[in-house]
Design a protein around this ligand. Structure first.
Ligand SMILES: NC(=O)c1ccc[n+]([C@@H]2O[C@H](COP(=O)([O-])OP(=O)(O)OC[C@H]3O[C@@H](n4cnc5c(N)ncnc54)[C@H](OP(=O)(O)O)[C@@H]3O)[C@@H](O)[C@H]2O)c1
Length: 338
């Protein structure tokens, strides 16, 4: 199957290209970029061992592709996804453009949604929303924080007070993309940990919408989400705490039930907690859980590589699910360690 990648000069695009090069059913046909169009891939990303010019991201350049991955900012995806529709088999968008209801998107991102009829698209987190994927033509890749948060939350549905959820998120600098920003300079970020975006980070409504669906809530329950920037190049970690309805609940059994058959999600043994360093470069998620009998609260942690299970790897996993391929096709589970 012929595949296109738009945003091949960005972090998510680079990871898509690295993984797609080893996919047994996909062949990379066209790689598009913005300001980097015309540059050679070998110059932009020498680590890939690929060469060839990056193309301007004109929709015609992708006509006839079986799958096109958009690893682009929301504004670009909002233009490209409708323009590609009909001309390509499947569009998997990594941006936030098609994850939320148009009204929620406009309130959260403070910009008009110019393709409201296409949103919300099926949510590309197969372990939790697999049924919505087969045969679809547009998939919304989840945000990196919502991926880890929802994988940690899913086993808690029915076990906790839905409005008691508190989440601490930690992300490395590649979570913000390749663009320049003062707080991403090495001189600021290395050796530093700080909160940002609290108390209303743009991923909060996405986490709340996913949690409401998982817990079958009639209306959205507010979630407190506090993201932190940590001095890692890649890696993302969420710690969820919530008040148990029954402090004797077997949360570990709930995690095992939920993920036993999932190749990419490992529930760690009691007393072992997820470490981002074990996930680097693989599409896996690690989950650890414990109940605090003293407070009646449960803690569930989930770690992922933000560029793999949090972006490119998950987008390929979702494309596999849409197309009826094994979800594991072309995707490493094991991380690169140490
Ligand atoms: N980084 C993560 O961990 C992560 C996780 C989940 C989801 N996401 C989402 O995935 C998307 C890509 O993120 P990223 O981290 O890869 O960002 P990035 O490193 O900043 O890359 C953005 C890419 O979009 C391209 N682009 C910008 N304007 C364009 C235009 N008008 N036409 C065509 N291409 C254009 C850029 O090309 P030039 O550089 O050549 O202009 C670049 O290749 C974003 O929507 C982000 O929110 C990222």
């Amino acid at each position: 199957m012929d595949v296109g990648v738009v945003g091949g000069s960005g972090y998510g695009g680079a990871e898509l290209l690295r993984l797609l090069a080893g996919h047994p059913s996909f062949k990379i046909r066209t790689i598009g970029a913005g300001r980097s169009a015309g540059r050679d891939l070998a110059e932009v990303f020498p680590h890939l061992g690929m060469s060839g010019p990056l193309a301007p991201a004109h929709p015609e350049a992708f006509e006839g592709c079986d799958v096109v991955f958009l690893a682009t900012p929301d504004e670009v995806s909002l233009e490209l996804a409708p323009a590609l529709s009909g001309g390509v088999g499947l569009v998997v968008d990594l941006s936030a453009a098609f994850r939320l209801d148009a009204g929620v998107y406009e309130r959260t991102y403070a910009r008009p949604h110019t393709a409201a009829a296409l949103t919300p698209a099926p949510y590309g987190l197969p372990e939790l929303f697999r049924d919505g994927l087969p045969g679809r033509t547009l998939v919304a890749g989840p945000g990196c924080y919502p991926t880890a948060a929802l994988l940690a939350l899913a086993p808690l549905a029915g076990l906790v007070d839905p409005a008691s959820v508190v989440i601490a998120g930690l992300s490395g600098t590649s979570g913000a993309g390749r663009g320049l920003r003062d707080d991403l300079h090495a001189s600021h970020a290395v050796g530093n940990v700080s909160v940002y975006g609290a108390p209303s980070h743009r991923h909060t409504p996405e986490i709340e919408a996913g949690w409401a669906a998982l817990a079958a809530l009639d209306e959205v329950a507010p979630v407190t989400f506090t993201p932190h920037l940590v001095p890692l190049s890649r890696g993302l970690h969420c710690t969820v705490t919530a008040m148990l309805c029954d402090p004797a609940a077997d949360v570990r059994a709930a995690c095992l039930d939920r993920y036993d058959a999932e190749p990419f999600v490992t529930v760690l043994p009691p007393g072992v907690w997820p470490s981002t360093t074990h996930l680097r470069g693989g599409n896996a998620a690690h989950v650890g859980a414990a109940v605090d009998g003293r407070t009646g609260r449960v803690t569930v942690a989930c770690a992922i590589d933000n560029l793999d299970k949090g972006a490119a790897g998950q987008a390929i996993q979702a494309a596999n699910a849409v197309l009826g391929l094994p979800e594991t096709s072309g995707l490493p589970i094991a991380g690169v360690y140490p």
